[in-house]
Structure formats: structure tokens, C-alpha cells
Design a binder for this molecule. Structure first.
Ligand SMILES: O=C(O)CCC(=O)C(=O)O
Ligand SMILES: [Fe+2]
Length: 279
């Protein structure tokens, strides 16, 4: 039986208490997010927490659904009318595996962290999002992204407003998180985006995240990537998903793509959405 008290470093991050330390952690995270869209809570997990989450990820790693794609930073199709050097025409290989959320049992370590009292509220308070609900998708509310040597996550902008990740295990080498804060704030800024991609921009920040670090990142305006990985050990990162409406689940098509299967809830809820966007 796991307890959040053992897995989360509550001395440093008393997320469940009305406490001056919680206030100061929160103030720092908000300031970091306002400054460049990224807040890191170093050592959010205890060493026991890191060990327990790593062991759990190893145990269910074979359930990961691998996907390969060639994507540009905008997840759009190639447009041959644009010049070849345009950043929209730079395609990168992407390969990783998502371990679907239903492999993480209710009282296992990952869900014990996720369900710890005050966890969701603390994330919401950091991000200052008014409409904030856990994704109701049983395959996707909390997943582990697993990637092997050579892979990573090539340059992209996120389609979602923010990402909440928890580093569990690093590869033996590579894997730095690189980002160009607010690079497309006023317009797409394609010239600077090109410089980031060819390695000549001075706007790129590099973070070496360690197991146990919690990261809140607003990736819609900041080009970012996880640098290619080296060595035999897989990289594991948990991704927590929140949305702005209760009861949301993924579309049938997208869920199949990401997780390789769907559940009855995806089929039942298909067609019940309020909008008609593709995803
Ligand atoms: O794996 C990571 O650390 C970040 C991945 C990422 O950029 C994303 O999920 O959009
Ligand atoms: Fe991203």
C-alpha cells in the first residue's frame, strides 16, 4: 500500500496544507510561469517515490503503444508551395510509446501521487486556470511517455495550453529539455524559429530535468523539444492531463492513434461534443 506522504517530498512542497511554505512555492511557480512559461519543482518526489514510480513503469512498459511519425513543429501537412527552408517544411522523425492510463492501478504509486489530496488544486493554483478539470479519459488522464535511444520529441509547439509532466527516469544520455520562450508571441516569427531549428538561435534555454522533478509548461507559444536520447535505458515521463470542461474524453480516432485501442466510453461519447472541431 502506497502513501503520498512517502512518495511526495511534502517537507519541501506541502501542497495539501494551508501553509506559508505552500504560498511561497506557489508564488515562485507563478512568477516562473509568467516569466517564461515554465516552472520546475525540483525534487517533487522523494527518492522512495522515484523508485516506486520507476518500478511501476518498468512493470507495465510492455503495454506501451508505439507510434512513429514524421511531423513538423506545427503538426501540419507539407506545403510544397513554400520555400524548402521554411520552418513549416522541416519534418522530423518522432517515435515514442505511450503507456495508457488504465495500466496504472488505483492504489499504485503513480495514481497515489495523482490522487494525493491537494495535488490537482495545487497545479490549478500554479497555472491560475479558471476552468480546470481532470481529463475524464480512462486511457489518458495520466500516462507514461516512454522513449528509447535516438528518439526524443522533436521541435514543436503544443496544441494544448499547458503540459504537466513528472520526470521518472532519464536515458543514459541526451534528453535535455530545450525551449525558446515566447518565440511566437506576436506573430509566427518564422525566421527565429528557423534559427532555433538550425542551432544558431541564442533564445534557446536548456534544462536538465532529473527524476522526481515536476514541470509545468505553457508550450503553445514556446518552441520546444526533448533532445535525442542515448543509451539503453528508456526515458519515462508521466504526463497529467487537465481540460477546461468536466467529463471530456478523447475522440475515437485520436485515441486509437495514441493508445492503439478505445474503450466503450470513447464510442458512447463520440458525437456528444459541443463543438465540431476535428480534435
Ligand atoms: O516529454 C516531455 O518532457 C515533454 C513532451 C512534450 O513536449 C509534450 O508532451 O508536448
Ligand atoms: Fe510539447
Amino acid at each position: 500500500m502506497y502513501s503520498g506522504i512517502d512518495l511526495i517530498n511534502l517537507d519541501r512542497y506541502p501542497i495539501h496544507l494551508d501553509d506559508p511554505l505552500r504560498q511561497s512555492v506557489l508564488a515562485k511557480a507563478r512568477a516562473d510561469l509568467a516569466h517564461d512559461g515554465c516552472a520546475i519543482l525540483k525534487g517533487f518526489l522523494t527518492p522512495a517515490g522515484i523508485a516506486a514510480l520507476t518500478e511501476e513503469a518498468d512493470r507495465v512498459a510492455s503495454k506501451g503503444h508505439r507510434s512513429f511519425s514524421r511531423t513538423n513543429a506545427y503538426f501540419t501537412q507539407d506545403d510544397p508551395d513554400l520555400p524548402p527552408e521554411d520552418p513549416r517544411r522541416q519534418f522530423f522523425e518522432r517515435s515514442n510509446a505511450f503507456i495508457p492510463a488504465d495500466n496504472f492501478t488505483p492504489h499504485g504509486p503513480l495514481r497515489t501521487v495523482h490522487d494525493f489530496e491537494g495535488f490537482d488544486q495545487f497545479i490549478q493554483d500554479c497555472l491560475q486556470e479558471e476552468h480546470f478539470h481532470r481529463y475524464a479519459d480512462p486511457l489518458a488522464d495520466v500516462i507514461v511517455n516512454m522513449a528509447d535511444e535516438g528518439n526524443g520529441f522533436p521541435w514543436h509547439f503544443d496544441t494544448n495550453n499547458f503540459t504537466v509532466t513528472l520526470a521518472i527516469q532519464n536515458a543514459e544520455g541526451g534528453g535535455a529539455f530545450e525551449y525558446a520562450p515566447a518565440i511566437r508571441e506576436v506573430d509566427e516569427n518564422f525566421d527565429e524559429v528557423s534559427r532555433v531549428m538550425d542551432g544558431s538561435s541564442d533564445r534557446v534555454k536548456v534544462l536538465e530535468l532529473e527524476p522526481g522533478d515536476l514541470q509545468l509548461f505553457r508550450g503553445r507559444y514556446s518552441l520546444h523539444r526533448v533532445a535525442p536520447l542515448k543509451g539503453n535505458r528508456p526515458r519515462y515521463v508521466a504526463i497529467f492531463s487537465y481540460v477546461d470542461e468536466p467529463g471530456m474524453v478523447g475522440s475515437v480516432e485520436r485515441t486509437k492513434q495514441l493508445y492503439g485501442r478505445v474503450l466503450p466510453i470513447h464510442i458512447e461519447r463520440a458525437g456528444q461534443r459541443l463543438d465540431s472541431f476535428i480534435d
